[in-house]
Write a protein that binds this ligand. Structure first.
Ligand code: TYC
Length: 114
C-alpha cells in the first residue's frame, strides 16, 4: 500500500491498485482588490458628491461629507475598496451619473499595491 500526493509529478498511479491518493488542498486565492478613487474638480456641487457617496457606497451623510471634503482639499481620495469587477461597476456608475447630470465629476480605479 502506497500513499501519494496528487501534485507529486513523479507518481505513476495509472496501473496501481493499492494506492491512496491524497488530493491537494484547493488553493483559494483572494481576488485582487481595487480602490475606487474620486477626483476633485471645480464645478461639481458638493451636495451632488455627497449624494453619490450615499447612494453608490451606502455611506451615511456625515461620512460622505468627510470623504467629499477630503477629496475637495487633497485633490483625490479613495471612496471604497472592492474586487475588480465591483470597483469597475461603481466607478462606471459614478461617471454615468455625473454625465447624466452634466457634472465633470470623474472616478477611476487603481489596483491596491500591498
Ligand atoms: N470642488 C468641488 C466644489 O468646490 C466639490 C467636489 C468635491 C467636486 C469632490 C468633486 O470629487 C469631488 N464644488
Amino acid at each position: 500500500m502506497k500513499i501519494v500526493q496528487s501534485s507529486d509529478s513523479n507518481n505513476d498511479i495509472s496501473s496501481d491498485q493499492g494506492t491512496i491518493v491524497l488530493e491537494d488542498k484547493p488553493e483559494l486565492k483572494e481576488p485582487p482588490l481595487y480602490q475606487v478613487v474620486l477626483l476633485n474638480d471645480d464645478f461639481t456641487p458638493m451636495d451632488f458628491v455627497i449624494y453619490i457617496l450615499q447612494s453608490i457606497f451606502g455611506y451615511e451623510h456625515e461620512r460622505s461629507t468627510q470623504i467629499m471634503l477630503a477629496v475637495h482639499t487633497k485633490g483625490k481620495g479613495v471612496c471604497g475598496i472592492f474586487p475588480k469587477e465591483i470597483a469597475e461597476m461603481k466607478s462606471h456608475e459614478i461617471n454615468e451619473m455625473a454625465k447624466a447630470h452634466e457634472h465633470p465629476l470623474i472616478s477611476e480605479i487603481e489596483p491596491m499595491t500591498d
